[in-house]
Design a protein around this ligand. Structure first.
Ligand code: AMP
Ligand code: MN
Ligand code: MN
Ligand code: MN
Length: 292
Protein backbone atom coordinates (compact mmCIF):
# COMPACT_ATOMS: atom_id res chain seq x y z
CA UNK A 1 0.00 0.00 0.00
CA UNK A 2 1.35 3.44 -0.92
CA UNK A 3 1.74 5.83 2.01
CA UNK A 4 -0.57 8.82 2.02
CA UNK A 5 0.51 12.28 0.95
CA UNK A 6 0.34 14.77 3.81
CA UNK A 7 -0.98 18.32 3.28
CA UNK A 8 2.11 19.76 4.93
CA UNK A 9 5.80 19.64 4.07
CA UNK A 10 8.14 21.94 5.99
CA UNK A 11 11.56 21.01 4.61
CA UNK A 12 12.25 21.37 0.87
CA UNK A 13 14.95 22.61 -1.51
CA UNK A 14 14.89 24.46 -4.82
CA UNK A 15 17.48 25.41 -7.45
CA UNK A 16 18.39 28.25 -5.13
CA UNK A 17 20.58 25.68 -3.36
CA UNK A 18 20.86 22.00 -4.32
CA UNK A 19 17.28 21.18 -5.27
CA UNK A 20 16.37 20.17 -8.82
CA UNK A 21 13.18 22.26 -9.22
CA UNK A 22 12.87 26.02 -9.42
CA UNK A 23 10.71 27.58 -6.67
CA UNK A 24 7.84 27.88 -9.19
CA UNK A 25 8.14 24.23 -10.24
CA UNK A 26 8.25 23.16 -6.60
CA UNK A 27 5.00 25.05 -5.95
CA UNK A 28 3.41 23.41 -9.01
CA UNK A 29 4.46 20.00 -7.76
CA UNK A 30 3.09 20.75 -4.28
CA UNK A 31 -0.22 21.86 -5.82
CA UNK A 32 -0.46 18.77 -8.00
CA UNK A 33 0.03 16.67 -4.86
CA UNK A 34 -2.67 18.70 -3.06
CA UNK A 35 -0.41 20.09 -0.37
CA UNK A 36 -1.72 23.10 1.58
CA UNK A 37 1.43 24.24 3.41
CA UNK A 38 4.96 24.22 2.02
CA UNK A 39 8.13 25.66 3.55
CA UNK A 40 10.98 26.40 1.18
CA UNK A 41 14.15 25.80 3.21
CA UNK A 42 17.16 26.16 0.95
CA UNK A 43 20.63 25.80 2.45
CA UNK A 44 21.74 29.07 4.06
CA UNK A 45 19.56 31.17 1.76
CA UNK A 46 15.97 32.28 1.26
CA UNK A 47 16.38 33.79 -2.22
CA UNK A 48 13.78 31.46 -3.74
CA UNK A 49 11.03 32.22 -1.25
CA UNK A 50 9.63 35.33 -2.94
CA UNK A 51 9.13 33.49 -6.26
CA UNK A 52 7.53 30.55 -4.46
CA UNK A 53 5.15 32.84 -2.54
CA UNK A 54 4.21 34.60 -5.78
CA UNK A 55 3.65 31.30 -7.58
CA UNK A 56 1.29 30.18 -4.81
CA UNK A 57 -0.75 33.42 -4.74
CA UNK A 58 -4.43 32.80 -5.38
CA UNK A 59 -4.03 29.02 -4.99
CA UNK A 60 -4.91 26.64 -2.16
CA UNK A 61 -1.24 26.48 -1.12
CA UNK A 62 0.51 28.70 1.44
CA UNK A 63 4.28 29.06 1.31
CA UNK A 64 6.27 29.60 4.50
CA UNK A 65 9.56 31.51 4.39
CA UNK A 66 12.34 29.26 5.62
CA UNK A 67 15.95 28.19 5.32
CA UNK A 68 18.20 25.37 6.52
CA UNK A 69 21.22 26.75 8.34
CA UNK A 70 24.48 24.82 8.57
CA UNK A 71 26.08 24.74 12.01
CA UNK A 72 28.93 22.90 13.68
CA UNK A 73 28.37 21.17 17.01
CA UNK A 74 31.07 18.94 18.52
CA UNK A 75 32.70 18.52 15.12
CA UNK A 76 29.40 17.38 13.52
CA UNK A 77 27.51 19.29 10.84
CA UNK A 78 24.06 19.95 12.34
CA UNK A 79 21.24 21.53 10.32
CA UNK A 80 18.82 23.98 11.88
CA UNK A 81 15.71 24.84 9.89
CA UNK A 82 14.26 28.30 10.43
CA UNK A 83 10.54 28.74 9.70
CA UNK A 84 8.34 31.87 9.55
CA UNK A 85 11.39 34.06 8.87
CA UNK A 86 11.19 37.77 8.25
CA UNK A 87 13.36 37.96 5.15
CA UNK A 88 14.08 41.66 5.61
CA UNK A 89 15.81 41.04 8.92
CA UNK A 90 19.27 42.61 8.89
CA UNK A 91 20.58 39.90 11.23
CA UNK A 92 19.43 37.21 8.80
CA UNK A 93 20.87 38.95 5.74
CA UNK A 94 24.18 39.38 7.52
CA UNK A 95 24.21 35.69 8.51
CA UNK A 96 23.45 34.63 4.92
CA UNK A 97 26.32 36.78 3.64
CA UNK A 98 28.76 35.04 6.00
CA UNK A 99 27.48 31.59 4.98
CA UNK A 100 27.74 32.50 1.29
CA UNK A 101 31.37 33.53 1.74
CA UNK A 102 32.17 30.36 3.71
CA UNK A 103 30.44 28.25 1.06
CA UNK A 104 32.28 29.88 -1.86
CA UNK A 105 35.61 29.40 -0.13
CA UNK A 106 34.79 25.77 0.70
CA UNK A 107 33.43 25.01 -2.78
CA UNK A 108 36.69 26.22 -4.30
CA UNK A 109 38.70 23.92 -2.02
CA UNK A 110 36.45 20.96 -2.87
CA UNK A 111 36.92 21.84 -6.56
CA UNK A 112 40.71 21.93 -6.19
CA UNK A 113 40.67 18.52 -4.50
CA UNK A 114 38.56 17.06 -7.32
CA UNK A 115 40.79 18.74 -9.88
CA UNK A 116 43.76 16.81 -8.50
CA UNK A 117 41.78 13.62 -9.09
CA UNK A 118 41.22 14.42 -12.74
CA UNK A 119 37.98 16.39 -12.65
CA UNK A 120 38.92 19.22 -14.99
CA UNK A 121 37.49 22.67 -14.02
CA UNK A 122 35.40 21.06 -11.28
CA UNK A 123 34.42 24.30 -9.50
CA UNK A 124 33.51 26.24 -12.65
CA UNK A 125 31.59 23.33 -14.14
CA UNK A 126 29.67 22.72 -10.90
CA UNK A 127 28.74 26.41 -10.74
CA UNK A 128 27.72 26.31 -14.42
CA UNK A 129 25.30 23.45 -13.66
CA UNK A 130 23.65 25.46 -10.86
CA UNK A 131 21.42 28.53 -11.21
CA UNK A 132 23.32 31.83 -11.23
CA UNK A 133 23.64 32.94 -7.60
CA UNK A 134 22.77 29.50 -6.18
CA UNK A 135 24.56 28.43 -3.02
CA UNK A 136 26.95 25.61 -3.89
CA UNK A 137 26.59 22.61 -1.60
CA UNK A 138 28.06 19.15 -1.71
CA UNK A 139 24.77 18.18 -3.35
CA UNK A 140 25.74 20.30 -6.38
CA UNK A 141 29.15 18.64 -6.52
CA UNK A 142 27.50 15.22 -6.32
CA UNK A 143 25.41 16.08 -9.41
CA UNK A 144 28.52 17.24 -11.23
CA UNK A 145 30.48 14.07 -10.39
CA UNK A 146 27.52 11.92 -11.42
CA UNK A 147 27.24 13.84 -14.72
CA UNK A 148 30.86 12.98 -15.58
CA UNK A 149 30.13 9.27 -15.23
CA UNK A 150 32.65 8.90 -12.38
CA UNK A 151 29.87 7.89 -9.98
CA UNK A 152 26.92 5.58 -10.58
CA UNK A 153 24.50 7.72 -8.53
CA UNK A 154 24.35 10.79 -6.31
CA UNK A 155 24.76 8.52 -3.28
CA UNK A 156 27.79 6.92 -4.89
CA UNK A 157 29.32 10.38 -5.47
CA UNK A 158 28.97 11.05 -1.74
CA UNK A 159 30.26 7.68 -0.70
CA UNK A 160 33.24 7.79 -3.06
CA UNK A 161 34.29 11.46 -2.86
CA UNK A 162 32.26 13.83 -0.74
CA UNK A 163 31.41 12.36 2.64
CA UNK A 164 33.53 12.77 5.75
CA UNK A 165 36.81 10.91 5.36
CA UNK A 166 36.66 10.85 1.55
CA UNK A 167 39.11 12.55 -0.78
CA UNK A 168 37.12 15.71 -1.58
CA UNK A 169 35.72 16.27 1.91
CA UNK A 170 36.47 19.63 3.45
CA UNK A 171 35.99 20.14 7.15
CA UNK A 172 34.27 23.51 7.47
CA UNK A 173 33.72 25.38 10.70
CA UNK A 174 30.14 26.61 10.46
CA UNK A 175 28.55 28.95 13.04
CA UNK A 176 27.44 27.43 16.33
CA UNK A 177 23.90 26.21 17.02
CA UNK A 178 23.48 29.20 19.37
CA UNK A 179 24.36 31.66 16.60
CA UNK A 180 21.93 30.03 14.16
CA UNK A 181 19.10 29.92 16.70
CA UNK A 182 19.76 33.55 17.69
CA UNK A 183 19.54 34.76 14.10
CA UNK A 184 16.33 32.80 13.50
CA UNK A 185 14.79 34.29 16.65
CA UNK A 186 16.00 37.78 15.74
CA UNK A 187 14.15 37.31 12.44
CA UNK A 188 10.92 36.40 14.21
CA UNK A 189 11.26 32.75 13.25
CA UNK A 190 11.09 29.35 14.87
CA UNK A 191 14.22 27.18 15.05
CA UNK A 192 13.67 23.52 14.18
CA UNK A 193 16.27 20.81 14.66
CA UNK A 194 16.43 19.12 11.23
CA UNK A 195 16.47 15.34 10.67
CA UNK A 196 17.86 14.43 14.12
CA UNK A 197 18.53 10.80 13.18
CA UNK A 198 20.68 11.71 10.16
CA UNK A 199 23.67 12.62 12.32
CA UNK A 200 24.14 9.01 13.44
CA UNK A 201 24.67 10.06 17.07
CA UNK A 202 24.30 7.70 20.01
CA UNK A 203 21.04 8.19 21.89
CA UNK A 204 22.95 9.84 24.75
CA UNK A 205 24.61 12.30 22.38
CA UNK A 206 21.35 12.96 20.54
CA UNK A 207 19.70 13.86 23.85
CA UNK A 208 22.59 16.18 24.65
CA UNK A 209 22.19 17.82 21.23
CA UNK A 210 18.46 18.37 21.80
CA UNK A 211 19.10 19.73 25.31
CA UNK A 212 21.66 22.24 24.00
CA UNK A 213 19.44 23.17 21.06
CA UNK A 214 16.53 23.79 23.44
CA UNK A 215 18.55 25.82 25.91
CA UNK A 216 19.82 27.93 22.99
CA UNK A 217 16.18 28.83 22.25
CA UNK A 218 15.24 26.08 19.77
CA UNK A 219 11.49 25.45 19.76
CA UNK A 220 10.81 22.48 17.48
CA UNK A 221 12.30 19.33 16.01
CA UNK A 222 11.57 17.29 12.92
CA UNK A 223 9.84 14.08 13.88
CA UNK A 224 8.54 12.77 10.56
CA UNK A 225 10.61 12.54 7.40
CA UNK A 226 10.68 10.36 4.28
CA UNK A 227 12.71 7.15 4.12
CA UNK A 228 12.44 6.84 7.91
CA UNK A 229 12.19 3.65 9.94
CA UNK A 230 8.90 3.56 11.89
CA UNK A 231 10.80 2.95 15.14
CA UNK A 232 12.86 6.10 14.53
CA UNK A 233 9.70 8.18 14.10
CA UNK A 234 8.30 6.79 17.34
CA UNK A 235 11.57 7.47 19.18
CA UNK A 236 11.81 11.05 17.86
CA UNK A 237 8.18 11.58 18.87
CA UNK A 238 9.03 10.49 22.41
CA UNK A 239 12.02 12.83 22.54
CA UNK A 240 9.93 15.70 21.14
CA UNK A 241 7.33 15.21 23.84
CA UNK A 242 9.91 14.70 26.58
CA UNK A 243 11.69 17.96 25.79
CA UNK A 244 8.46 19.92 25.27
CA UNK A 245 9.23 20.89 21.68
CA UNK A 246 6.83 21.50 18.79
CA UNK A 247 6.85 18.76 16.16
CA UNK A 248 7.73 19.39 12.53
CA UNK A 249 7.79 17.22 9.44
CA UNK A 250 9.42 17.48 6.05
CA UNK A 251 10.52 15.42 3.09
CA UNK A 252 13.86 17.26 2.60
CA UNK A 253 12.88 17.22 -1.07
CA UNK A 254 15.74 17.71 -3.54
CA UNK A 255 14.42 15.60 -6.42
CA UNK A 256 11.55 13.17 -6.65
CA UNK A 257 11.90 9.43 -6.24
CA UNK A 258 9.41 6.64 -5.47
CA UNK A 259 10.34 6.78 -1.78
CA UNK A 260 10.93 10.52 -1.30
CA UNK A 261 8.53 13.16 -2.50
CA UNK A 262 6.65 16.20 -1.28
CA UNK A 263 4.47 15.28 1.68
CA UNK A 264 5.04 11.58 1.17
CA UNK A 265 4.02 9.58 4.23
CA UNK A 266 4.54 12.50 6.61
CA UNK A 267 2.37 11.92 9.65
CA UNK A 268 3.15 12.88 13.23
CA UNK A 269 2.73 10.40 16.08
CA UNK A 270 -0.27 11.19 18.26
CA UNK A 271 -0.06 13.55 21.21
CA UNK A 272 2.48 15.98 19.72
CA UNK A 273 1.82 19.65 19.07
CA UNK A 274 2.62 20.51 15.46
CA UNK A 275 4.84 23.49 14.79
CA UNK A 276 2.07 25.19 12.79
CA UNK A 277 0.27 25.65 16.14
CA UNK A 278 3.17 27.56 17.72
CA UNK A 279 2.66 31.24 18.70
CA UNK A 280 4.67 32.52 15.69
CA UNK A 281 2.32 30.64 13.36
CA UNK A 282 -0.82 31.68 15.19
CA UNK A 283 -0.99 35.12 13.63
CA UNK A 284 -0.92 33.44 10.20
CA UNK A 285 -3.96 31.41 11.36
CA UNK A 286 -2.45 28.29 9.82
CA UNK A 287 -4.49 25.97 11.95
CA UNK A 288 -7.71 27.51 10.64
CA UNK A 289 -6.29 27.58 7.10
CA UNK A 290 -5.46 23.87 7.20
CA UNK A 291 -8.99 23.05 8.33
CA UNK A 292 -10.52 25.14 5.51
P1 AMP B 1 26.66 20.69 2.44
O1 AMP B 1 25.70 21.55 3.22
O2 AMP B 1 27.33 21.44 1.34
O3 AMP B 1 27.60 19.93 3.30
O4 AMP B 1 25.75 19.63 1.68
C1 AMP B 1 24.86 18.88 2.38
C2 AMP B 1 23.83 18.33 1.40
O5 AMP B 1 24.40 17.24 0.71
C3 AMP B 1 22.64 17.73 2.10
O6 AMP B 1 21.68 18.71 2.29
C4 AMP B 1 22.15 16.73 1.12
O7 AMP B 1 21.41 17.38 0.11
C5 AMP B 1 23.39 16.24 0.48
N1 AMP B 1 23.89 14.97 1.05
C6 AMP B 1 24.64 14.78 2.15
N2 AMP B 1 24.96 13.46 2.31
C7 AMP B 1 24.38 12.81 1.27
C8 AMP B 1 24.35 11.44 0.84
N3 AMP B 1 24.98 10.48 1.52
N4 AMP B 1 23.66 11.15 -0.29
C9 AMP B 1 23.03 12.11 -0.98
N5 AMP B 1 23.03 13.41 -0.63
C10 AMP B 1 23.69 13.77 0.48
MN1 MN C 1 20.85 19.53 0.31
MN1 MN D 1 19.98 18.79 6.01
MN1 MN E 1 17.58 19.79 3.66
Amino acid sequence: MMPEISKVDLHTHSTFSDGSLSPEQLVQRALSRQLRLLALTDHDASGGVESAVKAAEGTTLKVIAGAELSTTWQNCQIHIVGLFLNLNSQALLHFYQGQRERRIERAKVIGAKLERQGFHDAYARTCAMADPGALITRGNYARFIFSTGQASSIDDAFNSYLKKGKSAYVNTLWPSIGEAVDVIRASGGVAVLAHPKRYLLTNTKLRRLIEEFKSAGGLAMEVASCRQRPCDRVYLGELCQHYGLFASMGSDYHQGSPWLDLGLGLTLPEGLTPVWECPQARELKLDEFLRS
